[in-house]
Ligand binder design. Structure first.
Ligand SMILES: [Zn+2]
Length: 175
């Protein structure tokens, strides 16, 4: 049996992401392409990495993301009946679903459905009111700044600042 050696084709998600971030930083900090041709060439060079990363994380698309709307304990079943919205791509209206969970689930919180188990996506992915579009949107943590987490909405790239998520992330980091 031939041993499988890690090659360029077998890079992990973290390595692929790192390569993309490094190139992104070159564009942002001093090593910007000077001509349109150079920009095209550098983008083309990075394309296989982006494609490889998308292939590697495509499994994420096969799991449902649920936004909990309401949950109540059913004594006879010893489980919770949970009403949730199912997040579909960047569609703002969530389809409704009823699921049964053995663990309590928090309102207005996203969970990923893994078979009959539910794993919270908070504080990395949250549902918050957006003052730009006057509606609630799905946000992800884009970066940390001073004492705030900077959240960015998936659909429109709107930003909001959140000091509670900043504190929660800090606690996770020191745990
Ligand atoms: Zn918005």
């Amino acid at each position: 049996m031939t041993a499988i050696r890690p090659s360029k084709k077998m890079r992990g998600v973290d390595e692929l992401l790192q390569e993309i971030v490094t190139e992104r930083n070159r564009w942002a900090h001093g090593a910007k392409p000077s001509t349109g041709g150079e920009a095209l060439a550098r983008a083309a060079q990075l394309a296989p990495t982006v494609e490889q990363l998308l292939r590697k994380i495509s499994f994420l698309g096969s799991y449902r993301w649920l936004l909990v709307r309401d949950s109540r304990y059913e004594r006879l079943k010893s489980s919770f009946a949970v009403d949730a919205g199912v997040a579909m791509n960047d569609h703002p209206v969530f389809e409704s679903a009823r699921v049964e969970s053995r663990i309590p689930m928090a309102d207005s919180t996203f969970y990923v459905e893994l078979g009959d188990q539910y794993l919270t996506l908070a504080p990395f992915i949250v549902y918050r009111y957006c003052s730009h579009c006057h509606n609630s949107e799905m946000f992800y943590v884009d970066r940390l700044r001073d004492a705030d987490a900077v959240l960015k909405s998936f659909a429109r790239g709107h930003e909001r600042f959140d000091d509670e998520i900043f504190l929660e992330l800090n606690e996770l980091r020191s745990a």
